[in-house]
Design a protein around this ligand. Sequence first.
Ligand SMILES: [Zn+2]
Length: 83
Amino acid sequence: MSAKDLLYPSTEEQSRVHKKKSLIPHTKSYFNRVKCENCQNIQIIYSHATTTIKCFKCGIVLTRKTGGKCELINCLVHKDKLR
Ligand SMILES: [Zn+2]
């Protein structure tokens, strides 16, 4: 074993570890309590919903799919804390 091996950990090893880490991202998902702008109905929406969510009262579309988390449309985030 040479001194070089001790001083510098293999870059291959490091990138492998890094890749492995990135495969398991920290899920920052949460639930939003939103208020429908159309009918004022309040409902809870998952921040990373992968499907379009509609207001269950009036049927208006509340989320739009983007690359990652869903974008809220036609509704406002209700600031009350979830209990
Ligand atoms: Zn509504």
